[in-house]
Write a protein that binds this ligand. Structure first.
Ligand code: URP
Ligand code: ZN
Ligand code: ZN
Length: 460
C-alpha cells in the first residue's frame, strides 16, 4: 500500500525543511509540498514532528555464543526492539569460534536472521582465525555482499587474533576493498592483570575495570593503526570508550591513516561507578572495554559533535542478570560481557544530546544513521531521505515524555541498564521500506520481513 507522510519537518545530515513524503514500492518516490493522497494510500499526519532517516546501528550482537552462554535476544525480539526505538537497519557481528569454518558461520548467522528479523540487516564478518582455507571463505563471503571484516584484539583464546592473523586480515581487506572493524584492547595485558587480581582475592565486578584500564585500550588502538598504516588499510575502531584511546586514533588520522571511530550510548551515560554497585548489581554494567571515569563522557560528546567519532552505536549484547551475569559471581572474568541498548540508543541520544544542545539535529542524524551508511556501503539506499532511497523513516515526536524500564521494554532481557532514566522524545511511526513497522512504542510490522543488505566493496 502506498504511504504518504504529511507536514513533517524532514531532517537529514545536511537539510531541514517541511514537506510531504510519498512512498511506493518500498522507496521514496516524491518529496514535495501539498501532495494529495491517491486512492488507497495510508496517510500519516506528522505535523509538529521530525522525520528522520531510519537509524542504523552499525554494531550489534544477536546470535552470540560467548563466555559459556548465548546472548538472550533472537532476531525476532531484537529487530522488534530496534524498530520500536527507531533503528531500521542493524549490522550484526558474525563471531565464529576459532575452529569454525567462516563460510559455514556466515550461512548459520544468515539463516538465523533471514525470515526472523523484521528490519533490514547486514553483517561484519568476524575473522577469528586466518589461514589459507579461511581466506578462501572470506573471499567468497565478500562476493556474497559482506563488505566488512571484524577482528578482536582482545579475548585471547576465544575470538582474538594473533598479530600475524591481523596482518593478513588487513592485507586481504585492502586487496578486496573492504573495511576492517576492530575491538581494540591488549589481550595479554588483560590476561596478566586478571590473573593478578584474582590471586589477590579481588573477584567482584568492580575489578573488571581494573583489569582493562584506559592504556590497555589505547595500546590496542595504537596497535591496530600501526598495522593499518603499514598496509594502507581502512579500519574502524568499535566501541571506543576513553580519551586515551581517542588520542591514539586522532594522531593516526592526522598522519593520514584511514581510521574511523565508533562510540556507544553506554559510554556517554554510564560510568565506572555503575559497575561498582553493591550486591553484584555492578555486573549489569560489565562490558568491554569497561565503563570509564566520568570525565571521559565530555570527551566523547565532544568527539561526536566535532566528528572525531563518526558513529554512535550500541554493541547490543544482552545477558540476563538473574541467571547469566550470575556466572561471574566470585570471579569477574566469568561475567558475560555486554550491556544491551538497541532499543534505547536513539531516545537517549536525542534526550541527552539534542535536548541539552550538545549535538545539533543534523549531527544527531549523521552520527546515528548517515555515517554508518556511508562507511559501510549502504548509502544512499539507507541513511538519508531522498528520491529513490529505501522508505525507512522515523516520524519522531519531540514532545513525548516517558521513562525507560525493563517492565516495558521489548528486548528479551530481565533488566535495563538505563532503568528509570527519562526520555524526552520517541518515534511515533517507524517505517521499513514503506511499511509501518512500529507505532508509539509498539511493534506493528511483519515478522521476518527484513532483508539482507548486500554491499559492494570499494565504496570509499
Ligand atoms: O562487552 C562487550 N562489548 N560484549 C560484546 C562483545 C564485544 O566485545 O563487542
Ligand atoms: Zn568488542
Ligand atoms: Zn561488540
Amino acid at each position: 500500500m502506498p504511504l504518504l507522510i504529511k507536514n513533517g519537518e524532514i531532517v537529514t545530515a545536511s537539510e531541514r525543511y517541511i514537506a510531504d513524503i510519498f512512498c511506493e514500492n518500498e522507496t521514496i518516490t516524491r518529496i514535495d509540498e501539498n501532495i494529495s493522497a491517491p486512492a488507497g494510500a495510508e496517510v500519516v499526519d506528522a505535523t509538529g514532528k521530525y522525520i528522520f532517516p531510519g537509524f542504523i546501528d552499525p554494531h550489534v550482537h544477536i546470535y552470540l555464543p560467548f563466555m559459556g552462554t548465548y546472548a538472550k535476544d533472537t532476531h525476532e525480539t531484537a529487530s522488534k526492539a530496534a524498530l520500536v526505538g527507531g533503528t531500521t537497519t542493524f549490522i550484526e557481528m558474525i563471531c565464529p569460534a576459532r575452529g569454525d569454518k567462516p563460510l559455514e558461520a556466515f550461512e548459520l548467522w544468515l539463516g538465523k536472521a533471514q525470515g526472523n528479523s523484521a528490519c533490514d540487516f547486514t553483517f561484519h564478518m568476524g575473522v577469528t582465525r586466518y589461514d589459507a582455507e579461511a581466506e578462501k571463505d572470506f573471499r567468497e563471503i565478500v562476493k556474497r555482499g559482506i563488505a566488512s571484516f571484524k577482528v578482536f584484539l582482545a579475548y585471547k583464546g576465544a575470538f582474538g587474533v594473533t598479530d600475524e592473523e591481523l596482518y593478513h586480515t588487513l592485507k586481504l581487506a585492502k586487496s578486496l576493498g573492504v573495511i576492517t572493524t576492530a575491538h581494540c584492547e591488549n589481550a595479554d595485558l588483560i590476561l596478566e592483570l586478571q590473573k593478578q587480581l584474582l590471586a589477590e582475592g579481588k573477584t567482584g565486578p568492580e575489578y573488571h575495570y581494573v583489569s582493562r584500564p584506559p592504556r590497555v585500550e589505547a595500546e590496542g588502538v595504537h596497535h591496530l593503526v600501526t598495522f593499518a598504516e603499514t598496509l594502507d588499510a581502512h579500519v574502524y575502531i568499535v566501541h571506543l570508550s576513553c580519551g586515551e584511546a581517542l588520542q591514539e586514533a586522532m594522531h593516526a588520522s592526522a598522519r593520514g591513516v584511514q581510521v574511523w571511530v565508533e562510540t556507544l550510548i553506554q559510554y556517554l551515560l554510564c560510568d565506572k561507578t555503575d559497575a561498582e554497585k553493591p550486591n553484584f548489581e555492578g555486573a549489569k554494567f560489565v562490558m568491554s572495554p569497561p565503563l570509564r571515569e566520568k570525565h571521559n563522557q565530555e570527551i566523547l560528546w565532544n568527539a561526536l559533535q566535532k566528528g572525531f567519532a563518526s558513529t554512535l552505536a550500541t554493541d547490543h549484547a544482552p545477558f540476563d542478570f538473574s541467571t547469566q551475569k550470575q556466572m561471574g559471581r566470585g570471579d569477574f572474568t566469568k561475567i558475560p560481557n555486554g550491556i544491551p541498548s538497541l532499543e534505547d540508543r536513539i531516545n537517549l541520544y536525542y534526550t541527552h544530546g539534542v535536548k541539552t544542545g550538545r549535538i545539533d539535529l543534523h549531527q544527531f542524524v549523521n552520527t546515528a544513521s548517515t555515517q554508518a551508511a556511508k562507511i559501510f556501503g549502504l548509502h544512499p539506499r539507507k541513511g538519508t531521505i531522498q528520491l529513490g532511497a529505501d522508505a525507512d523513516l522515523v516520524v519522531y515526536d519531540p514532545n513525548y515524555r516517558g521513562k525507560i524500564s525493563a517492565k516495558t521494554h521489548a528486548m528479551n532481557l530481565d533488566y535495563n541498564s538505563f532503568e528509570g532514566m527519562e526520555i524526552q522524545g520517541r518515534p511515533s511511526v517507524v517505517t521499513v521500506r514503506g511499511k509501518i513497522s512500529a507505532r508509539d512504542g509498539k511493534f506493528v510490522g511483519e515478522n521476518g520481513r527484513g532483508k539482507l543488505l548486500k554491499r559492494e566493496p570499494n565504496h570509499f
